[in-house]
Write a protein that binds this ligand. Structure first.
Ligand code: CTP
Length: 437
């Protein structure tokens, strides 16, 4: 879907004359989108988002936080949006706007979403019109975070995004680039067309992540034009309807890899066992078991230029799954296990010429030797090894430290850093291999 064409939602309609929100009803012929603007330097970019949505035939109702008006004047939105800015919980009391806007909306998009706004939304606060609208709506919500890198990488911001993602909120992650104050890093509001595509995607009923087709993370990125297939999370192997065998993988590193590839312009498919948020634009395939993951990965492998197996796949599963809950009274069950398919080894066997294959090895001892042995045995180009017995490394941490071993004999140490930064360092290695082919 291309931003600004209006193809998803019909031709532009003339703006309505300015009236009070109480007097307006939901436009019958156009989707109604609440555009929330929080207090960040990127608020000026929301003006362009507003204009593009209006051009695409959307009725845009802007809601600014009081502090957002310090970054961009409400008169700008008043002029460009489909109705005047809504600002205060106390405006227009007769229409009960704090619930009315959310109820009327077909979608709510917040751009920029600051760390503060995300925290208040995740906590269920409703202390201004924007958070009240977010709480009152049952429509799809798209949040577009923008903040300094340190804040973006802070565990509390990550946690709030996970909470929101778990509730079905679509997250359009920020780009890496120049930030306010001249710093470089992740945190810059996503490009206007990415945001507009995400909104048109949810309006088209595609449910967010699956609905926006192209890898819009950066069409000029170094992975532009490549298909990247990533697996993430720990598989779950059922014992009975209420129990399963699993491992400590959180999926954070795998999701960070998918996001990094997407930001760098790739068409990304993420096969994951978790419900973590993914950017609109990444195709998510949700699986549970090793068998499901094998099916999802092998079915898509042929089309991929790069495959990254970051998932922690169970090596064994119960040979028989009880159809009903096992009870203590029946005695201690004896679990017979059988091996699962080694997906990475199978991908190595089937790999087509030019395809880049990356594996992960989480170890607690003999890290380099074990990882090197797996690299050779599974026929991969890169093996990303980490020692999960070290503090801050591996499972469920927000940081990681890895060594990337290459089939060409290269060894690159990537010291302790946030998982998104590790993901970029891994794709730096991948990009070199892609260029060589
Ligand atoms: N892997 C896989 N399918 C499996 C097991 C592992 O695709 N059934 C992949 C993982 O996604 C990872 C790599 O193989 O990329 C190494 O996984 P790891 O668990 O470290 O190694 P194993 O081969 O399972 O060996 P072991 O558990 O004995 O260390």
């Amino acid at each position: 879907m291309t931003a600004g064409t209006g193809s998803a939602v019909g031709p532009p309609a003339p703006d309505e004359p300015p009236t009070t929100s109480a007097a307006r009803d939901r436009p019958a012929d156009r989707p109604f989108v609440v555009l929330g603007v929080a207090a960040g330097i990127a608020a000026y970019k929301a003006v362009e988002v507003c204009r593009r949505l209006v051009d695409a035939g959307v009725h845009v109702a802007p809601v600014m936080t009081e502090r957002a008006t310090r970054f961009v004047g409400r008169a700008t939105f008043d002029a460009l949006a489909s109705e005047p800015v809504h600002l205060e919980l106390w405006d227009d009391l007769s229409a009960i706007p704090h619930t009315r806007l959310g109820q009327r909306a077909d979608a709510v998009v917040v751009a920029p979403a600051t760390a503060d706004l995300l925290a208040r939304y995740a906590a269920g606060m409703a202390d201004d019109l924007l958070t009240a609208t977010l709480l009152a709506t049952r429509a799809p919500v798209v949040v577009c975070p923008a903040m300094h890198t340190e804040m973006w990488e802070h565990p509390s911001v990550r946690h709030n995004l996970e909470v929101l993602g778990g509730r079905g909120v679509v997250v359009v992650p920020p780009e890496t680039g120049r930030l306010a104050g001249g710093d470089e890093g992740a945190g810059r509001l996503a490009a206007t067309e990415v945001i507009v595509d995400a909104v048109l995607g949810v309006l088209a009923g595609a449910g967010g992540s699956a609905g926006v087709a192209h890898g819009a993370g950066g069409s000029a990125g170094d992975l532009a034009g490549l298909g990247v297939l990533v697996s993430a999370g720990g598989t779950r192997e059922p014992i009975d309807p209420v129990r399963y065998l699993t491992n400590r993988s959180s999926g954070k590193q795998g999701h960070a890899l998918a996001e990094a590839a997407w930001r760098r312009g790739a068409e990304v498919t993420l096969v994951t066992t978790t419900d973590r948020p993914v950017p609109a634009g990444i195709t998510r395939v949700r699986v549970d078991t090793a068998e499901e993951m094998a099916g999802a990965m092998l079915a898509r492998a042929d089309r991929a230029d790069v495959i990254v197996m970051a998932a922690a796949v169970a090596d064994f599963r119960p040979a028989a799954v009880s159809g009903s809950k096992l009870h203590k009274a029946d005695g201690v069950p004896v679990l017979e296990l059988e091996p699962t398919v080694d997906i990475l080894a199978e991908l190595g066997r089937r790999r087509r010429p030019g395809q880049v294959l990356v594996g992960f090895a989480a170890e607690t001892d003999g890290v380099a030797e074990r990882a090197a042995a797996k690299l050779a045995a599974k026929g991969v180009d890169l093996m990303v090894a980490n020692d999960v017995s070290l503090p801050g490394v591996g499972f469920d941490h927000d940081t990681n430290a890895v060594t990337v071993l290459g089939a060409d004999g290269s060894v690159v140490d990537i010291g302790l850093r946030p998982k998104p930064a590790v993901a970029d360092a891994v794709f730096d290695r991948v990009a070199i291999l892609v260029r060589r082919r």
